[in-house]
Write a protein that binds this ligand. Structure first.
Ligand code: NAG
Ligand code: NAG
Length: 357
């Protein structure tokens, strides 16, 4: 589970005890791109504080990066900068007492928030540089610390995750969190599920096909909801209905025609009624994903329900994955009903594995 600075809420012990890894998000990548080891590593909490809230033995890691983070590029630039960055990460792990680090470069090779301003063609060098950066971090922190990475769920963002790089990346990391959410975002022009069941399976298979062992892959859940304005849609044929323009074609900036909020957030006043309809009247699609098109404001809602989460746990079974994670733990507060569905689904999965043995 990611524990985020925006929603640093932890469930009661009975739920928290099912969590094996807590990843604190985020530290910014540029703070490691320095000559002198910093005396402090700013974070919204401390590793020691978080440890107290979970069972002994729970791994507590620090995530570096995130969407819009701007430091990986100069960190990865050359051998010297990569070594220096990795050395500072190691110093952070020692100073904080973390069990390891999670690298969240979104994304090496391009398609970042500034992709309209800096084309991916200028970032091809990052693909090999990323492999070396990961290698340097592993070498700096040693094999007794955990190293993981969060990677894109959409194939269009997998510039740096090819059948050449994935085998070398997986040799360095303990596990990979595949961000199977935001699979519909402002770069899309048609309606999709943002965290669909079938689309999540496709994401997992994309990494396997490029050489990732299934047991180190984790499926991602988004404990939040998203909406998008669309054109007039045929209610019987919602998927592939055109959206309105969601991003500025020149700058890539958000046009304000999409939004989202976590289960922990207060529902924004302007969408309260629409969201109530989405929860009440939405439908389950053929693959088990949930969605709702609100005809009056022409708004497409996409989010997981407890049932769609259980469906995901079932379809995971034949994939033999390592596990599941969510962005993020506190985003599901205060009820933690999606977390409960996740844990129950996983326990069911474990039971059926045992029965088969
Ligand atoms: C390496 O890259 C950094 C920028 O990240 C730059 O300041 C430095 O001069 C480069 N060093 C070499 C040897 O190219
Ligand atoms: C690797 O990917 C390339 C491009 O997608 C493909 O042409 C090639 O056959 C793949 N190689 C292997 C070993 O899968």
């Amino acid at each position: 589970m990611y524990l985020t600075g925006q929603h640093p809420v932890v469930p009661s012990r009975d739920l928290a005890s099912s969590i094996t890894h807590v990843i604190l998000a985020f530290m910014q990548s540029h703070i490691f791109d320095v000559e002198e080891i910093p005396s402090e590593f700013p974070l919204f909490t401390t590793v020691a504080e978080v440890r107290k809230q979970f069972e002994p033995g729970t791994k507590v890691m620090v995530a570096i990066g995130g969407w819009g983070d701007r430091g990986f590029e100069s960190a990865a630039r050359n051998e010297t900068s990569r070594r220096r960055w990795a050395r500072t990460v190691k110093a952070m792990v020692d100073a904080t007492g973390a069990d390891g680090v999670d690298l969240d470069w979104e994304y090496p090779g391009g398609n970042r928030d500034d992709y309209k301003l800096i084309p991916n063609s200028e970032r091809v060098w990052e693909i090999e540089a990323f492999v070396d950066l990961v290698r340097q971090v592993r070498s700096a922190i040693g094999s007794h610390k955990l190293l993981s990475m969060a990677v894109p769920g959409l194939e269009r963002d997998m510039m740096a995750f090819t059948n050449s790089t994935v085998p070398r990346l997986v040799a360095e990391v303990d596990f990979i969190n595949i961000m199977t959410y935001d699979l519909m975002n402002r770069r899309d022009r048609v309606v999709k599920h943002h965290s669909g069941v079938a689309d999540s399976v496709v994401s997992m298979k994309n990494y396997m096909a490029r050489g990732a062992p299934r047991q180190i892959l984790n499926l991602g859940l988004g404990y939040y909801v998203k909406w998008f304005y669309t054109e007039e849609c045929d209610p019987d044929n919602l998927l592939s209905c055109p959206t309105v323009l969601l991003e500025d074609p020149d700058t890539g900036a958000d046009t304000g025609n999409t939004g989202g909020f976590s289960w922990h957030d207060e529902t924004p006043a302007d969408v309260v009624e629409s969201f109530a309809r989405a929860r009440r009247d939405g439908q389950y699609f053929a693959d088990g994903s949930y969605g709702y098109w609100d005809a009056e404001p022409r708004r497409w809602w996409s989010f997981d329900t407890e049932r769609s989460i259980r469906t995901k746990m079932e379809v995971m079974k034949p994939l033999g994955l390592g596990g599941v994670f969510a962005w993020g733990l506190g985003e599901d507060a205060p009820e933690f009903s999606h977390l409960k569905a996740t844990i129950e689904g996983l326990e069911e999965l474990k039971r059926s594995h045992k029965e088969e043995l």
